[in-house]
Design a protein around this ligand. Sequence first.
Ligand code: ADP
Ligand code: MG
Length: 687
Amino acid sequence: MEKKTATGLTNKSIYDPVSVLPKVGPKRVEALNGLGIETVLDLLTHYPFRYEDLGVKKIEEIEDKEKVVLSGTVLSDPVINHFAPRKNRLSFRIVSDNVVVPVTFFNQPYLKEKVQAGEETSIFGKWDGIRKSLNGIRIIGYSTQDYESVYHTSKHIKQGTIVRLIKEALKEYADLIPEYVPSYLKKRYQLVSHKEAVRMIHFPETEEESRQAEREIIFEELFLYQLKIQWLRKKNRKPGEGILVDYDVNRLRTFLSGLPFELTGAQKRVINEICRDLKQPIQMHRLLQGDVGSGKTIVAAAAIVAAWTAGWQSALMAPTEILAEQHMESLSELFSDMDLRVALLTGSTKTAERRDILAGLQSGEIDAIIGTHALIQDDVEFHRLGLVITDEQHRFGVNQRKILREKGATPDVLFMTATPIPRTLAISAFGEMDVSTLDEMPAGRKPVKTYWVRHKHAERIEKFARDHVREGSQVYIISPLIEESETLDLKTATETYAHYQHLFEPEYKVGLLHGKMSAQEKEDIMHAFKQNEIQILVSTTVIEVGVNVPNASLMVVYDADRFGLAQLHQLRGRVGRGHKESYCVLIADPKGETGAQRMKLMTQINDGFLLSEKDLEMRGPGDVFGNKQSGIPEFKRADLVEDFNALEAARSEAQQLLSQDEFLTHPQFEELRHYLGISRKKRNVFD
Ligand code: ADP
Ligand code: MG
């Protein structure tokens, strides 16, 4: 166990474990850790998520079931009444405003010690307007504040304990709270000191104080984040740490001019951006984002060809076998006139073939390998790996990059995604990457006609589906859940499947695809659909990514209001890939006004970027992208959309600061250098 140093003479640090605080034993430590609180600093930055208005009211003004604070004198010592096993009631009376009020607490017998006849107290509770009594929630003791901070808690630790610990920590550690934002910025943006801000956010005395605290804390969070990602980017882009792919521009041009179509302006621009990266001895970390159908594959192909002309191997990773196979098909076709040797390596590759492929990669006989991401993790060794491309990979990079480094290679890395991230978020989400955007569709693309109908018209849609299959087309039917759920009255995939089987079989074949199937089962179903052995595919969202079946021309989504706009757009992108006129029908009875609005947006907007901007406006980044998954950071206080102005300011200030040599030497930036881990005194602050 750590020694208690909170008041001792030894070196106190804001990074001391919470166990240094009084009355924090192993159990509390565990409870605090459960909330993500390990150090004193963590505790101090466990900010309240709202304030409870304690506005003490007159009893006659309180409404039934209203939560209030009543202050008064305790009339009688509390009595505990055990009315059932493990159930008890603590009751006493207080005099407040000359009215006697009975107070009851359930199952909190230990509060008995906190209440004594004759003492003043304040109790937070729910008013019972009929009995004229208070159902106690918490004893606040004697309070002078008008409102009280409310914290995220857990089963194992209570509000009161957190408040007490924070007070304790502030008393002992306030002076050690680091001031990261340099003083010139504090002045420029009129920010209070961080130490002040921390105190004020926990225990504001006025509303203005809580506002000031918020401003400072938000700016600090965004500034530190920007500084960190920009620093990483700078570090990643150190010359000499990557490889130089000295490609042959003429052979690349020959390849591009041999394509059956003219590249879009956006494709040309993006290929140039990538080629510029390849030619530098810097490791490329580039994100290629482009709407469904914008033609990312050809861009990947161009990069592979460029690497090949310089004698480097490439690897293209896809999240599923079916996608890997699709890429194999299109790339083999694109490379058919060239001596560029491509191979496919997935979990299904037979042992003997696999052995040959591994040998080919090691000897350099194979120029480009396509597969699932087991590609770079297994015993796969390359002769000269220069370029890694990952397709539709939502977990951007960090792990893969680590694996590659551990293999001792620093190939250029290109990430491709069809989930458009609005410009407003891109700067924060991908701050350490360069971003290329395909914002132009190939000419002659017919937009998918999108309709929204209510469930009561579902039968019409079934007829519509029949028309499609009768004409030889295929149909996707999307249903959000696989298992029956009583609370959410959703059509389940299995139910829907049975329904469509009943409607269409044996004349046509209906297939079912869902997330609980094994990878192999899924692949088999998808193959059957690709081969048109299945005409109607009922599926959960597992088909969402990248699947290309040009003969499918109708996408029906049940309970469409359950999906995010970005996701609906992805689903819609599964059709409209061939020559046929294609349709997307959203079946939904959305509850609120926004729900209806979202459905309407889908019918009006075909542009994925525009949709994601709208979605973001309506739902916020966490809901749209799922922070963890997308790599979009989570902040304690800042909100990437709401605080966009602060974000922009933080970004340009961080950029400016990093461009100054002084940053690495001047004492006033010592604290920030610690934060980035570039100080002599090393502190593991992040990661
Ligand atoms: P995505 O960005 O969704 O991966 P793909 O690369 O699969 O899109 O391209 C979709 C389709 O568009 C493919 O059939 C591809 O051959 C075609 N395509 C790509 N670029 C062009 C272009 N410049 N002109 C016409 N068709 C193109
Ligand atoms: Mg694609």
